[in-house]
Design a protein around this ligand. Structure first.
Ligand code: UD1
Length: 419
């Protein structure tokens, strides 16, 4: 297992944002809707992407992956089981269920289980597919589904926490091959859904309303191959904005899609940052003293839960008291205890964290609990006095493409070592 050693750093310069993992994974799953060749570019080489490649190979796809280009072809053999050993490592694998069922009439996909950020149910995925007239049962930890042909329906997909990104992708993909029209109400509006819809349209699907809470799909008998460049990763972009604020370093973030980060830019401005947008670049000038602010995570276009941990770090160093309310995954605060070990003053109660700004934080040995918490601890290490060691960084390799190299090129003192 690897760990990072990090020292307080001042960053300076430009970085390029990589392709979005969360956009790429459902698009890869969508290739199951056709036997024709599909291509993607700007694909980040991450362990989650490698896991999805393995799942697609098990399901009968042949994949080439080189220089961030992915080519997906079909083998003659078609299987329909996504095994637990692969699904348990990555929840997003559950989004093969919809396309597999729609194309092959049968699917057996392991239930993903919970994770450190909460219980993470899949009831909305199952409800939606049942409403498309699939027969579904749970047996031995697997979701078994079958249908002659899915049939369109009017589906309300909202849950206790609002919309669901991957449930929307599952139902959207399945509905593309269903008989008749499907309407998804309370669909997720994330840019990753819009990217998936664009890919599906290029495959020949008839979709309207993506990016809004109501998506209308007219099912087709078959879909063809397609090609797409994966959108820039908005969470990686936001991670660099948080790093700029926490370390007081001006940064130029290139190859981004600023329009996907309106809520994040708003929060950074409230914290005192000056941000200029020039086409696909963001020029960030952090304040000398960070202003405290309140953040509430919400489904898009609200502030993303995937940036909650990273933005907590500059708030630790703000000149006053801030409040973070986590409305998407109320238990997603594993990083709080680790940040407090570095001298932060955060108290947590249910979905709330109250952060009393301190002048300095200090390096310590800290443990990464999940992907985004790992990024937060790295930012904290870059802002802290003395040495920080972040253990269990394998989480980071799941979702950030060359993050430490990017930080190092900006002048960060960070190195990877064996634990
Ligand atoms: C996706 C992202 C993840 C992000 C999350 C929220 C990918 C691969 N992952 O995860 O990085 O943190 O969106 O923006 O894109 N829920 C239910 N029932 C369901 C499904 C979800 O109650 O069937 C709840 C969840 O527990 C959570 C909320 O809905 O409270 C939103 O979760 P959801 O949008 O589904 O997250 P994912 O799509 O799994």
């Amino acid at each position: 297992m690897d760990k990072f050693s990090i020292y307080k750093s001042y960053l300076k310069g430009e970085i390029n944002v990589s392709g979005s993992k969360n956009a790429c994974l459902p698009i890869m799953a969508a290739t199951l809707l056709t036997d024709e060749e599909c291509r993607m570019s700007n694909v980040p080489d991450l362990s989650d992407i490698r896991t999805m490649i393995k799942i697609l190979e098990v399901l009968g796809k042949r994949i080439q992956f080189y220089q961030q280009k992915l080519v997906v072809k079909s083998k003659k053999v078609k299987r329909y089981t996504a095994p637990y050993r692969l699904v348990r490592t990555m929840r997003a694998s559950f989004c093969v269920l919809g396309p597999l069922l729609a194309k092959r009439g049968k699917a057996k996909v392991s239930l993903p289980g919970g994770c450190v950020i909460g219980p993470r149910p899949v009831d909305l995925h199952i409800k939606g597919l049942k409403q498309l007239k699939a027969r579904i049962r749970i047996e031995d930890g697997y979701c078994l589904a079958d249908v002659k042909r899915l049939t369109g329906n009017h589906i309300f997909l909202g849950g206790h926490f609002g919309s669901s990104v991957l449930a929307t992708t599952n139902i959207l993909m399945a509905a593309c091959l269903a008989k008749g029209e499907t309407i998804i109400e309370y669909s997720a509006c994330e840019p990753e859904i819009v990217a998936l819809a664009l890919f599906l349209k290029r495959m020949g699907a008839d979709i309207e309303g993506e990016g809004t809470p109501l998506i209308r799909i007219k099912g087709k008998k078959r879909l063809g191959g397609a090609e797409l460049r994966i959108i820039p990763d908005r969470i990686e972009t936001g991670t660099f904005i948080a790093a700029s604020l926490a370390t007081g370093s001006p940064l130029i973030i290139k190859n981004a899609r600023p329009s996907h980060l309106i809520s994040v830019i708003e929060v950074a401005k409230q914290m005192g940052a000056k941000i200029k947008i020039k086409e696909n670049s963001l020029i960030i000038k952090p304040p000398r003293i960070i202003k405290p602010t309140n953040i509430t995570t919400l489904p898009y276009p609200g502030f993303p839960t995937d940036l909650q941990a990273q933005f907590m770090v500059p708030l630790i160093l703000a000149g006053g008291v801030s409040l973070i309310t986590e409305k998407v995954f109320p238990d997603r605060f594993m990083h709080v205890a680790e940040l407090n070990r570095m001298g932060a003053k955060i108290s947590r109660s249910g979905p709330y964290s109250i952060i009393e700004g301190v002048k300095k934080i200090y390096g310590a040995e800290v443990m990464a609990s999940d992907l985004r918490a790992s990024a937060a601890l790295i930012i904290a290490g870059l802002a802290a006095e003395r040495k920080t060691e972040v253990l269990r960084i394998y989480h980071l390799d799941r979702g950030y493409f060359k993050l430490e190299d990017k930080f190092r090129r900006l002048g960060a003192r960070i190195s990877r070592q064996k634990q």
